[in-house]
Write a new protein. Sequence first.
Length: 259
Amino acid sequence: MENEKWLVIGEDSRLKELATMLRSPSRTVFYKRTTVWNEELNKLVLEFQPNKIVLPILPLKIEVEQLYGTSQVKFYTGRLTMHWKQLLEKNETNCYLQQESFIWQNARLTAEGFIATFYGLEQKCIYGQNFTIAGFGRIAKMLASLLVKMGANVHIVARSVVQVSEAKAYGYKATNLDDRKWSIHDGIFINTIPAKWITESFQDYVPAVLYDLASEPGCLDIDADQLQTYVLLPSLPGKYFAHDAAEILCKAIEEEENC
């Protein structure tokens, strides 16, 4: 399509970088830094009339009853709430979070971002530290691999029998999360499970300091004040590696465009 108009939306620094990467002689790209879809954004869409809109990984808050000027727009999306799915049910959409190449590359950057965060907050070396990671999805696998290579001891806890068995096959110590045999007050706890699984009944099993890489919806089903330190770490790739994170997102979008 010639004379394409792209609108890139989001607060994450990678989105600003992405807007620059998407520009070409046949494309006009506008970047809007915001975390909400409000009347101001509706007005911008009506004035700019984009063909394509890129939404951030975390869903935008919605402060309007309907989206204006988007009936013929193709959306590139991250996570979507049910409300967002309803609003976009008549639009052509592509969820870049379903592209395996993007997911794994983003997981790698997330793992590296955690290492940077750990150094900054803990001011400790990785070598010899004990880490317990909840879940064994892509982010957990990338992070566990990095930590072990740096000399850390890694313990995986997960509800899925498949994930526990897989972690053991990789050579990690692994325990079923529901066994309640994994109190880790002497180590560092990292959550990667995207569900609110830490309830009152689990509170005695988690340490005073908890790092949460699964920012949507986060793992706490208790008040964060009940923990000494709860560190929610959304969008680590955009925080530490905005250009690299934008490159893998741009590649995912361009591959879809060329299909």
